[in-house]
Design a protein. Structure first.
Length: 387
């Protein structure tokens, strides 16, 4: 691009304009809601629950991820769902589960990462904990899908539906099993180690992010970095060769993985002094050609512009509702040559499929449809009382 603007990480809107219906354009929303449908109903009223029941009677799976107690207040329980369809599969993806001391707690991503211990493992030694990414949200989504497949398999074999309970905090614990097992087996409490490898004790060193020549993108200087990991003596010898075998790298204490792990400060300082002489992309290819695991550290725009990513069709053009325009969206994350895949529908807008659900699925008359619109069940905007 001619110019690259840089802002702190945040949600965003196309052209930085939230528009009249901002909930339809938020980057977090549109990035995940392609190939989906949306209808509206006011569940605060008895008729709304009756409408939902008619939809559930034609559904296989119900998934909820609301604050603790929300579904109970609305009268939507597993028992009620079974009255609508006896073999329904109901997924309750709460923060901490349906039992235990934390079950009634209000939870957002930052709280999940906190109780999992994730934040204590991120950042640099001696610094305050940092938020990082909300990994539990994304991992839980994939595990919800997997649990539903298991439940569908069970129903196909037995005719029985079931209630699936998924505690997101527990679900994401597996990502940090090394830290829990380290404490259980040895009594060691792992801490933040910056960009170094958790396998340093096994000789994985040096490992980290190292500065490269700043790039000039549209007049704005941009720091560039490269990730390098050395996992064996052979890779270390290859790195020495690429660097021209400087005197410091020939020190006998660096000849073994254990020695390199014990001298990571020295390695990082000298490597940074060397890498900062090169452009990240060129150094990446040079290291890879020598058999050294390395990769440039890319901003989002460089990912989208990367020839490899473009050749894989990972991101595909898709329209946003209300004539906002066409943008690149993540497509299928795996290739299934024998199956149809891709973006079939653009990111759905609130209430976009009201006609389909009410008229086609539920068969409401024109007069009933108009009444439901007037009463606020059918809408494309949020009621002012809940905004």
């Amino acid at each position: 691009p001619e110019e690259v603007k840089s802002y702190p990480s945040t949600i965003c809107f196309p052209n930085n304009d939230p528009g009249e219906r901002s909930w339809n354009y938020c980057s977090l929303f549109v990035g995940m809601f392609r190939n989906k449908r949306s209808f509206t109903v006011d569940l605060r009223r008895p008729e709304g629950r009756e409408i939902l029941g008619r939809v559930i009677a034609q559904s296989d799976v119900v998934i909820e991820n609301s604050l603790a107690g929300t579904m109970e207040k609305l009268g939507i329980t597993y028992e009620w769902l079974r009255e609508q369809r006896d073999d329904i599969i109901f997924v309750r993806a709460s923060g901490y589960g349906l039992s235990g001391d934390y079950s009634d707690a209000r939870v957002l991503g930052i709280h999940l990462e906190s109780v999992m211990g994730h934040q204590m493992l991120r950042g640099y030694e001696g610094d305050d904990p940092i938020i990082g990414v909300f990994a539990a949200d994304y991992v839980s989504g994939t595990q919800i899908a997997l649990s539903v497949l298991f439940a569908l398999w069970h129903r196909n074999n037995t005719g029985e539906g079931q209630l699936i309970e998924l505690a997101q905090a527990e679900n994401a614990v597996a990502m940090f099993s090394h830290a829990y097992l380290d404490y259980a087996l040895t009594g060691n409490v792992q801490r933040a180690i910056g960009n170094r490898s958790i396998y340093a004790a096994d000789g994985v060193a040096p490992a980290g992010l190292y500065p490269c020549l700043p790039a000039d993108h549209g007049g704005e200087g941009d720091d560039c970095w490269i990730a390098i990991t050395i996992s064996s003596d052979a890779e270390w010898e290859a790195l020495r060769g690429v660097m021209g075998d400087p005197a410091w790298a020939a020190a006998p204490e660096l000849a073994t993985g254990a020695g390199r792990a014990a001298h990571q400060d020295l390695l990082d300082a000298n490597l940074a002094e060397w890498t900062c002489q090169f452009e990240d992309e060129r150094l990446f290819h040079r290291l890879q050609e020598a058999g050294i695991p390395a990769a440039p550290v890319l901003h989002a725009w460089r990912v989208l512009a990367d020839p490899h990513v473009q050749s894989r069709d990972l991101y595909q053009p898709c329209e946003i509702e209300d004539d906002i325009g066409e943008y690149l969206y993540p497509g299928p994350l795996y290739a299934l040559p024998a199956s149809e895949g891709g973006i079939r529908r653009p990111p759905v807008a609130l209430g976009q499929d009201n006609d389909y659900v009410y008229r086609d699925l539920l068969g409401v008359s024109d007069d009933e449809y108009d009444r439901l619109v007037a009463e606020g069940h059918i809408a494309t905007k949020y009621d002012e009382s809940v905004r």
